[in-house]
Design a protein around this ligand. Sequence first.
Ligand code: PMP
Length: 427
Amino acid sequence: MNDTHTSFARAQQHIPGGVNSPVRAFKSVGGEPLFIERAQGAYLYATDGRAYLDYVGSWGPMILGHAHPDVVAAVQEATARGLSFGAPTELETQMAERVCELVPSIDMVRMVNSGTEATMSAIRLARGFTGRDKIVKFEGCYHGHADALLVKAGSGALTLGVPDSPGVPAAVAEHTLTLPYNDLQAVNDLFARIGGQIACIIVEPVAGNMNCVPPEPGFLEGLRRVCDAHGALLILDEVMTGFRVALGGAQALYGITPDLTTLGKIIGGGMPVGAFGGRRDVMEHLAPLGPVYQAGTLSGNPLAMTAGLKTLELIAVPGFHERLTETTTHLLRGLENAATAAGVALRTNQAGAMFGLFFTDAPAVRSFADVMASDADRFRRFFHGMLDEGVNLAPSAFEAGFVSAAHGPAEIEATVAAAQRTFAAMA
Ligand code: PMP
């Protein structure tokens, strides 16, 4: 057993902020992060000797729960055959076939190593294909940390209060046009003015980086329409929602056909993986078939493909997502009832096994402005209360929560009981 404070102090000596990704540092909630020794099922085991019921799931990938025995065994087997070849493997073809089967809008797919690479490459491809420079994104949506996309980018950037990072040249950011999420009128107005210069719209089909904000009815359909009318491509960033809100992702849940889709998280089963794919005529513009360059030393890595393929196999069993969605609904109803009983104003949002908690009196949370109007200080108190109770939530009021298949009725009940005690202390 190790003292967390000592571990964090040591980490900070040689790692900026002691972390390899900013939101892990607990900056927005205060305090010091847990150091994790191992994880199993719905639980993280920290170096403080305690077990924590986990609703972060490594920020989305661990939809089967941590260290699923079948995934671990498959990766162990693959490890013995070699860690990386830098040459084609049948595993990559199997992965591509699987992705195209599960997500019918994808005719061809290219594997990369992170969600950031996926969105960055998809944007380059959209620009190369259309011959246009401008892109449209939405306030509070995060698409990774590529320069052109680090504008009004949600979660980590929101948490730190630096939505526009120094180091991003103004000349790069000037082609990124940002509009309010769920505001179709703003999109139509922009396209009416300069639609012919816009290469693509990139959107989180369920916003998961400003907490969790589902699309309003008609919003995604409207984006599809305006792209078609102006010859722009629609990119659904399903890094978070892909294989989570439904087996076929948000595009299956809402019935939207994008031109390109970006994937990450679950597709790697916990290994560092991303992917982008879509229409064959667009994907054929990629090198080596076409002129748009994109590459990666470790892309399609055999261990990552193995973890991803096994995960996709296990979540494709009939009823998997329906059960996960029910579990999530059950959790949210429990939390709402506990909040009401304690006189705490709480609103929740849900899309499949993705959820958002908002401390607000507002009747609903539908926009970036609604999210920003919720009480971040109450969230901080709730977060730390729950952590003391042994429940690990994302350490920011701007992150979505995730439920895994390892969260059973006992885990939900324990979470609601912890929330009852925490709300009582907050009220
Ligand atoms: N797009 C979305 C919607 C994401 O949620 C994230 C990461 N949370 C990314 C892109 C970037 O992925 P990565 O962190 O793997 O680079």
